[in-house]
Design a binder for this molecule. Structure first.
Ligand code: AMP
Length: 288
């Protein structure tokens, strides 16, 4: 395993690999790694000759200063976990190194309506920040496949839009959400929860599962309200959203015909930490 901190040395290495006809998989992360990240590494290792994992806490995607300051940093542990998972290349640039890479002003990406709903609505500027950094990383690494987690459902759609708009020749593979045995979606932010908070946080999975099981002849507004109340009754301080959306456009639905594929998405705060989760399902007769 090689750890690169500079773009020029990384590019040199990757150029040699590509010249030798090697397939390259790429897993971008912000560190504080857990089994969710490692599942993306495993998927990449299965399908490529070399896997690159980047660790970069992208300030541009934090709309909340406190969230940025408190974001967990576990560098040594991350490197160890990546080594044990067989990752060939780690890229850990400093903010200055990433800043130096281009001289142009950050682009304003056209993310259409996807930017105005759900995470986009509650975290203004978040997806522009994500695109700025991921576009740079893709230009530097030029992987064959980019591995993303369904955990960040909206981000997957945004990055799909980015690569199509910018004509970046990369495949995107979305990997399933890794959960703890009691259902909590793994997240770096979970490290900041108390033991009690972590247990209560599983309510998100419970409400998603309950909605999924009961999506038949259900009044969506009532379902939504019940789920919100259940979260508030189980230690969540605030619910940003519980929505049912079209999985391709993220159009917010209040009704879905029988058999329609939908995605249920939740964002809520517990112990002042914002957690997100989602679940795909197929709706049955729903009314609003
Ligand atoms: P992050 O470090 O949070 O920016 O995440 C890096 C990548 O790991 C993103 O593509 C995430 O969607 C993915 N990821 C984060 N948590 C999980 C999880 N529980 N299961 C699968 N993938 C995940």
């Amino acid at each position: 395993m090689i750890v690169f901190q500079t773009i020029s040395l990384l590019k040199e290495k990757l150029l040699a690999l590509r010249f030798a006809g090697k397939k390259i998989g790429f897993v971008p992360t912000m560190g504080a790694l857990h089994e969710g990240h490692l599942s993306l590494i495993a998927a990449s290792k299965k399908q490529n000759d070399f896997t690159v994992c980047s660790i970069f806490i992208n300030k541009a995607q934090f709309n909340n200063e406190e969230d940025f300051i408190k974001y967990p940093v576990t560098k040594e542990q991350d490197i160890l976990q990546l080594a044990m998972a067989g990752t060939e290349i780690i890229f850990m640039p400093s903010p200055e190194e990433m800043q130096r890479y281009t001289s142009y002003e950050p682009l304003q990406y056209d993310l259409q309506n996807i930017e105005n709903v759900l995470e986009g609505k509650y975290r203004p500027g978040h997806f522009q920040g994500v695109c700025q950094v991921v576009e740079k990383l893709l230009h530097i690494i030029m992987p064959d496949t980019l591995y993303l987690g369904q955990k960040d459902f909206q981000q997957c759609l945004v990055l799909d839009m980015l690569v199509r708009q910018m004509n970046i020749p990369v495949q995107i593979q979305v990997c399933p959400i890794a959960r703890t045995p009691d259902g909590l979606a793994m997240s770096s932010r979970n490290m900041r929860l108390s033991e009690d908070g972590r247990k209560k946080a599983t309510t998100i999975f419970k409400v998603l599962t309950e909605i999924k099981t009961n999506l038949t002849d259900t009044n969506w507004a009532a379902c939504q309200q019940k789920a919100r109340q259940q979260l508030l009754d189980n230690g969540f301080e605030k619910v940003d959203y519980i929505e049912m959306c079209d999985p391709h456009t993220l159009e917010i639905l209040t009704y879905a015909p029988a058999g329609k594929e939908v995605v249920l998405l939740v964002a809520a705060f517990i112990e002042n930490i914002r957690l997100i989760d989602n679940m795909k399902t197929s709706a049955s007769i729903l009314t609003n």
